[in-house]
Write a protein that binds this ligand. Structure first.
Ligand SMILES: [Zn+2]
Length: 257
């Protein structure tokens, strides 16, 4: 019932909402939560991107981060993309469609999920409550990087960082960064913590993460550009298959520092 009321409210509010001026960084995971059908899903994802271009200018994620970090005043809505967890559709659907629009995304990768065996994949899917998905392989991730996308860290195993000890945090951060950097031969400046809410990121986790990464992203507190005293950039969680009214409503936010 609560869900129904929420949907009704969002449909109503969203039908009169338009994205507000500002730099909107979207956080998604996949095109939809079912089994992948590449050509059909490309069409669906294209419609989502097209919907955004109606009211927003698409920009590369590095530009969005630069605009937010420098405090640039903007007079229209800009949108940039990020995708967490590294599912295969990032390579086969999402990146090719964004490239049609001369745009890119940041993809946040858990290195132990990449090319993992079935047992590990099953555990990983249980942790994130997502099924019917497969990870990208290293060659696909390397190709995304070569094609101008950003590869960020999402820790090795997608655990709740607020629950980890000092040594476990160190391991999750350092090993994932080193693995990504040694396999892909680049510098990993971007980091998004698993689950994205502030309740999953302790002060200790923040302190440790700052040692390894220049840019840290949440998926909460979207009305503000920054959290944790300016050290974290906030993203808005939106999945491409959500109702366009909901998407418009979520981006109709006048963002503050
Ligand atoms: Zn995640």
């Amino acid at each position: 019932m609560r869900r129904l009321i929420r949907n009704l409210f969002l449909n109503l509010a969203g039908s009169v909402s338009r994205p507000k001026s500002g730099v909107h960084i979207i956080n998604s995971h996949y095109v939809h939560n079912g089994i992948l059908h590449v050509e059909k899903d490309k069409e669906a994802f294209r419609s989502f991107v097209k919907l955004l271009t109606k009211n927003c200018e698409l920009i590369r994620i590095e530009i969005a981060v630069e605009m937010i970090s420098s405090g640039e005043i903007v007079d229209k809505p800009y949108v940039a993309f990020t995708f967490d967890d590294g599912f295969e559709e990032c390579y086969s659907v999402i990146a090719p469609v964004l490239e049609e629009y001369d745009c890119n995304a940041a993809f946040f990768i858990n290195s132990n999920y990449v090319e993992a065996d079935d047992v590990y994949q099953k555990e990983f899917h249980e942790r994130i409550k997502v099924y019917n998905k497969k990870p990208m392989n290293w060659s696909q991730i390397a190709t995304l990087l070569k094609r101008g996308h950003v590869i960020g860290s999402h820790t090795c195993d997608h655990l709740d960082m607020a629950q980890l000890t000092d040594a476990e945090l160190e391991f999750q951060l350092q090993t994932n960064k080193e693995t990504l950097e040694s396999i892909l031969d680049y510098k990993c400046d971007f980091f998004a913590w698993p689950y994205g809410q502030n309740s999953h990121f302790s002060e200790l986790a923040l302190k440790k993460t700052l040692k390894y990464h220049k840019y840290i992203f949440s998926s909460s507190d979207y009305k503000k550009y920054f959290s944790y005293l300016g050290k974290v950039i906030n993203r808005r969680h939106i999945e491409p298959f959500w109702s366009k009214f909901h998407i418009n409503f979520f981006l109709a936010v006048r963002k503050i520092k």
